[in-house]
Design a protein around this ligand. Structure first.
Ligand SMILES: Nc1ncnc2c1ncn2[C@@H]1O[C@H](COP(=O)(O)OP(=O)(O)O)[C@@H](O)[C@H]1O
Ligand SMILES: [Mg+2]
Length: 257
């Protein structure tokens, strides 16, 4: 039985209703186990370098970034880590809907504010899940790229890194706008969500190139919506060969080894 009902691939459903927190609702399900595998794989990557701030992105919209980011954040919280989930996809925000929070304040308001100091308490809100707090997107601003590229965003991430064990950034998609490229270079690691049937191979390749240019640390790929053949839709964690950057020019394996 699938936990998901199949929907048209590009939908606005998650903006209205939020994403499904499978790890919270069904912690013992195989899908939750896969999110824990994403968590563990990121932890393995943290041997040489601390992985505190992680961004989830994808080539296009509706590939499952918000679903994977939120569920992996819950997996960290369940492990006892203090986690904050930041909804940085200001054009297609979901976190407020996922956690039933109003979105009148959030990332956009704190980035646009002229106040010098951050009052984290104003913007970081409880998610209802132990150890997990949320910064919703705030009202959709006219200039998301500018806000995410601001010195203030850098400052905010620094403050969050001091307060939390893990900062999970639900980033915008890579290809349409420059928002995600900017973020990708700023965080400790980036995970690319690749949805079967949605992601185009050339688009994924372009993403990898852009990340290289942004000097981003691409940790790996989450292959989302991989048809396991039994009618269930799952999440599989796959690495491009090498450290992700090898989503190769002559590679036909779709990022999987
Ligand atoms: N593996 C999956 N199987 C079925 N539906 C999925 C899957 N992953 C995501 N979805 C659904 O697809 C839609 C888009 O997912 P979302 O996480 O909001 O994507 P993004 O943040 O990349 O735009 C949502 O309605 C979500 O519930
Ligand atoms: Mg999203």
């Amino acid at each position: 039985m699938s936990l998901f009902h199949r929907k048209p691939k590009v939908s606005t459903d998650s903006m209205r209703n939020g994403v499904r927190l499978i790890v919270a609702a069904h912690p013992k399900s195989p899908i939750s186990e896969q999110f824990r595998t994403v968590r563990t794989n990121v932890e393995f990557m943290a041997v040489d370098k601390e992985m505190k701030t992680l961004a989830f992105t994808s080539s296009s919209i509706s590939e499952g970034k918000s679903t994977v980011a939120a569920n992996t954040a819950v997996a960290w919280a369940q492990q006892g880590k203090k986690v904050v989930l930041v909804d940085a996809d200001m054009r297609r925000p979901t976190a407020h809907a996922t956690f039933n929070l109003n979105n009148t304040i959030g990332l956009s308001t704190v980035l646009a504010s002229r106040q010098r100091e951050f009052e984290l308490g104003d913007v970081v809100r409880p998610s209802g899940i132990e150890n997990l707090e949320v910064i919703t997107s705030g009202p959709i601003p006219p200039n998301p790229s500018e806000l995410l590229n601001s010195g203030r965003m850098n400052q905010l991430l620094k403050v969050l890194e001091n307060h939390f064990d893990v900062v999970v950034v639900d980033a915008p998609p890579m290809l349409q706008v420059t928002d995600a490229q900017i973020l990708a270079g700023r965080v400790d690691g980036v995970i690319l969500v690749v949805r079967q049937g949605v992601a185009q191979k050339n688009a994924v390749r372009r993403c990898v190139q852009l990340m290289k240019m942004a000097k981003a640390n691409l940790l790996g790929f989450v292959m989302n919506d991989v048809n396991s053949g039994d009618g269930a839709y799952g999440y599989g964690y796959g690495y491009g060969y090498g450290y992700g950057y090898g989503y190769g020019d002559d590679d036909d394996s779709n990022g999987k080894k």
